[in-house]
Design a binder for this molecule. Structure first.
Ligand code: SAH
Ligand code: SF4
Length: 373
């Protein structure tokens, strides 16, 4: 029998209402489950008796299970491999900034412990980006909003999560309703994350971006641009044909105006394809009239069967950064490789199962940090 997730807000609220139970009890159920995910329904105190009957018949305290954990040796990064009720795996990654040494004169970062969680929204992805291991597996299924929230539930047991980024498996805006509902739950009690601390990364689904600021005001938007011109974008991202660059930029400008939010631009550096000086100038010009929070240059992570691409060398990446900063005055960061010993970029691990040791290693630390407002 397939159980519903209690973290699926629409489902549990409607079931409670149908059974005449006050939905006011829902946040306290969530709170208890975060602290005791392996509990039985009867252990949750002070619910009306009809609630216990309903919960037992249709819901499971947590529908997904934490299958395995991978810790980086520096303890900054932890990967959670999560098994969904249908047997599929997704991955979430915790990045702990307070433990990162060096940036602050060798001392833990001020402001106390805080972590960012990178989560998945789909099993696989139908966008088929040529450099992405998730894309190479095709689309398998959407996560429900409850399954998305459950990644935060599992991670909250291990770390105090302050930021959430949708940069794991899948294209969040292709699973729009579930993602919107999951974000709403994350901003409610007991999670209470600020929308400013939640970032959705998208390949650029134009019709979804158009409604995003109405459905989720204050949310951070990151766009995987990856190329400054339509030709190159189409070559590496088939979705660019359906969502052309000029239309995408127009949409982002409107989004920016309506939401008053700066947008984060992600740009994967692929040797000989999009990493030359001319591309930096094209990108600078494309973004000139645009309020960019930061351009994040991402070293390509050669994982799985993606051998047609090579990682740009450091000199090229630095030259690219210098042009964007110097000539166009755009804040530009380079994604650092962290947590080397455990995994590839967020969302890239699952594809390589079950051979965990073959996974390549690139963390998302520096750039995710830049998402924090
Ligand atoms: N589908 C969304 C979010 C998930 S991918 C999106 O595409 O934005 C999260 C980020 O990882 C994206 O910027 C994506 O381009 C990047 N990425 C995918 N494959 C990668 C690889 N092999 N190396 C480095 N970054 C990669
Ligand atoms: Fe999907 Fe994002 Fe991978 Fe492209 S980069 S295939 S949109 S997960």
């Amino acid at each position: 029998m397939r159980f519903e997730s209690v973290f699926d807000a629409a489902e549990i609220t409607s079931q409670f209402e149908k059974a005449g139970i006050n939905p006011i009890f829902i946040p306290s159920i969530w709170k208890y489950l975060i602290q005791h995910p392996e509990c039985e329904w009867d252990e949750i105190p002070s619910l009306p008796s009809a609630a216990y009957t309903l919960l037992r018949s249709r819901f499971k305290p947590v529908t997904s299970t934490l299958h395995s954990l991978f810790h980086s040796s520096d303890e900054v990064t932890t990967k959670l491999l999560i098994k969904l009720q249908n047997g599929a795996f997704v991955e979430a990654v915790i990045m702990r900034y307070d433990t990162r040494l060096g940036k602050y004169a060798g001392k833990p970062r001020p402001g106390g412990p805080r972590s960012t969680l990178c989560i998945s929204s789909q099993v696989g992805c139908k966008m088929g980006c040529k450099f992405c291991a998730t894309g190479s597996m095709g689309f398998k299924n959407n996560l429900s909003s409850g399954e998305i929230v459950e990644q935060l539930v599992h991670a909250s047991r291990l770390s105090n999560i302050r930021n959430v980024v949708f940069m794991g498996m899948g294209e969040p805006l292709n699973n729009y309703n579930a993602v919107v509902e999951a974000v709403r739950v994350m901003t409610r009690s007991p999670f209470q994350l600020s929308p400013k601390r939640i970032t959705i990364s998208t390949v650029g689904i134009i019709h979804a971006i158009k409604k995003l600021h109405i459905d989720l005001p204050g949310l951070n938007l990151a766009v995987s641009l990856h190329a400054p011109v339509q030709d190159i974008r189409c070559q590496i991202m088939p979705a660019a044909r359906a969502f052309p660059l000029d239309k995408l930029m127009d949409t982002l400008k409107v989004y920016q105006k309506d939401s008053q939010q700066k947008i984060l631009i992600e740009y994967i550096m692929l040797d000989g394809i999009n990493d030359e000086e001319q591309h930096a100038h094209q990108l600078g010009k494309l973004l000139e009239t645009f309020q960019v929070q930061v351009v994040n240059l991402i070293p390509f992570n050669p994982i799985g069967n993606l051998s047609q691409f090579k990682t740009s060398n450091e000199q090229k990446v630095l030259r690219f950064q210098k042009i964007l900063r110097g000539t166009y005055n755009i804040r530009t960061t380079i994604r650092k490789e962290m947590g080397q010993d455990i995994s590839g970029a967020c969302g890239q691990l699952v594809v390589n199962l079950p051979d965990k040791n073959s996974v390549d290693n690139k963390g998302l630390l520096t750039d995710i940090e830049d998402l924090r407002i």
